[in-house]
Design a protein around this ligand. Sequence first.
Ligand code: 4NP
Length: 161
Amino acid sequence: MIATRPTSVLFVCLGNICRSPLAEGVLRHKAEENGLAEQFLLDSAGIGAWHVGNPPDRRMVATAHSHGTDLSRLRARQIGLEDYYAFDLILALDRNNLADLRKSQPRDGTAELALYLDYCGLSQRLGFNEVPDPYYGGRDAFEDVYQMVDEASDILLQKLR
Ligand code: 4NP
């Protein structure tokens, strides 16, 4: 068997407690289910530092748990300069996140930067290209985000494997 280097992907949202840990956790879960865990190095980070060290929002943990994905052991961290060299791909969950990433991107950074739903090719069908922030929303907002990320992760798994 030919040993290939794993593809490394960093998911980035504002706080790293709702959307990006979900994107990380769901893709990891699907990779594991398909025997592809070793092909990926997955992580997530926030633009802001407010929640550094904290587990994901309990509403996001509960929603993911109801669909079979455990997020409870993840801990928030803030994006750092080294991430622009360490990862193959950095996927921003919304346009503000992408704009902030581009502002901090070092000239010689090697990571490809993209908007999550654009990269997955879902934006056209959905009619929008951002995963909305559920933080100030109700239970439906978390479920909607889960459904979007679930579909996007199926595509990502095929695209990156
Ligand atoms: P996330 O959601 O970016 O999906 O993790 C947020 C969580 C917390 C805050 C903003 C967004 N906050 O301002 O504390």
